[in-house]
Design a protein around this ligand. Structure first.
Ligand code: PEP
Length: 257
């Protein structure tokens, strides 16, 4: 049997898509499509409004439930926000933090992202911390330092295992993917930086996902890289056949150990 840590981790970020009805329909089809896949861990991250419905659909299945954001306080006067205990109450286990869309469109700063990471961990949620450079930073050769700064800011005082998603901003929703070699090079670097921050025991459990136009056609080459532990998938996670194909590819890679 493949240990959970060695199974590729495939997460779907649905962003602001799918009503509760559409989400439950999607999940029921997905469960049928991937029922024979054992060697991949699968997570879906619906919008907040569909979490309760998807949570019910996923009861007693192996598919995990994630949220796309979280606030750092437990409760209070924070109009429009959702707290870690609220997510836990719906059996959410993972939460995406610091996605580039939240950084760019909603001006989330490293300091807020750091508070969210700590709150998620303290609230019993596994953070999926997104990091990545934009095109300008890549072209100027600043990608390693940008990612290092994001990691050090977000993971300050963090000792626990975390999931990191390397999402080069220029590859998100553009159809332009980092080559497997480029992604591997950055993933190796992220592992080195993260290992120096968290506890040694946690470092072994840190998983690093690639995100940025991953689809069935390029998943295998990316997932075969030694430091790519899975994928965070946006656009391609909205189509059940496409997402299930990626899960199946991940499952066969996981099976090979
Ligand atoms: C994302 O936004 O997390 C993402 C990876 O998007 P896409 O797969 O559409 O590039």
């Amino acid at each position: 049997m493949v240990s959970n840590l060695h199974k590729p981790f495939i997460a779907g970020n649905w962003k602001m898509n799918k009503t509760p009805g559409e989400a439950t329909e999607f999940v029921s089809q997905l469960l049928i499509e991937i029922q024979s896949v054992e060697a991949a861990t699968v997570l879906v991250c619906p919008p907040f409004t569909a979490l309760a419905a998807v949570s019910n659909s996923l009861e007693n299945t192996r598919v995990l439930l994630g949220a796309q954001n979280v606030h750092w306080e437990r409760e209070g006067a924070f109009t429009g926000e959702i707290s870690p205990p609220m997510l836990r109450d719906l059996f959410v286990t993972h939460v995406i933090i610091g996605h580039s869309e939240r950084r760019a469109i909603f001006h989330e700063a490293d300091e807020e992202i750091h508070k969210k990471v700590l709150a998620a961990i303290n609230g019993g949620l596994m953070p999926i911390l997104c990091v990545g450079e934009n095109l300008n930073e890549r072209e100027k050769g600043k990608h390693f330092s940008v990612v290092q700064t994001q990691l050090e800011a977000a993971l300050k005082d963090v000792k626990n295992p975390v999931i990191i998603a390397y999402e080069p901003v220029w590859a998100i929703g553009t159809g332009q993917t980092a080559t497997p070699e480029m992604a591997q090079e950055m993933h190796r670097y992220i592992r080195k930086v993260t290992t120096a921050i968290v506890e040694p025991a946690s470092a072994k459990e840190v998983r690093i996902l690639y995100g940025g136009s991953m689809k069935a056609a390029n998943a295998e080459a990316l997932l075969q890289q030694p430091d790519i532990d899975g994928g965070l998938i946006g656009g391609a996670s909205l189509n059940v056949q496409e997402f299930a194909s990626i899960v199946k590819i991940a499952g066969s890679i996981g099976q090979q150990g």
